[in-house]
Design a protein around this ligand. Structure first.
Ligand code: HEM
Length: 144
């Protein structure tokens, strides 16, 4: 169970980062370029929302089955974690959830806007923040 979820979460992360980078830059470039909001812009922002939600689900399961998630905190206490263990058990999960919340807010807010520029503006702000948060707390040294 643990190794399957760990494998899925690890490889799904490539898709999450690729789509999130594409959706974020798409919104930024079209906001600054004053472009019309088209069906493909909707699709890529929706796709980014879906892949990040799947990653959230995998991450939540992993948090309870991994020896580096909740089990590490229960075994050693918060004070007993070194900085890398804290990254895996606390910072990465917490910041990951926050990033998904921001992406979800951005997606739902953009749907309520009626014209192109406000749609791209909201997506640019919330997806950029989400992307920065995700990138800031990925356990890079474990991953590569
Ligand atoms: C939303 C974007 C997220 C991305 C891109 C992401 C990506 C990653 C990556 C690349 C790793 C390292 C995998 C490896 O060692 O091969 C990892 C580990 C981990 N992630 Fe996430 N993650 C995300 C969200 C979350 C969330 C929301 C949680 C929990 C609530 C979570 C829980 C964990 C845990 C516990 C580990 C360590 C697992 C282990 O090595 O046993 N992740 N994540």
């Amino acid at each position: 169970m643990y190794s399957t979820i760990q494998f899925l979460h690890s490889y799904w992360a490539y898709l999450v980062l690729t789509i999130l980078v594409l959706a974020t830059f798409n919104a930024l470039i079209k906001f600054f370029g004053n472009k019309e909001f088209q069906a493909n812009d909707f699709r890529i922002s929706l796709f980014a929302l879906i892949v990040t939600h799947i990653q959230l689900l995998l991450g939540l399961i992993l948090y309870f089955v991994s020896p580096f998630g909740l089990k590490n905190i229960t075994a050693n206490g918060m004070g007993g974690l070194d900085s890398f263990s804290r990254l895996l058990a606390v910072e990465h999960p917490f910041v990951g959830i926050l990033a998904v919340v921001l992406i979800t807010i951005g997606y739902s807010k953009h749907k309520k806007k009626l014209t192109s520029r406000p749609k791209f503006k909201v997506l640019s702000i919330f997806y950029t923040l989400g992307l920065i948060l995700v990138l800031s707390r990925i356990p890079w040294s474990n991953w590569f």
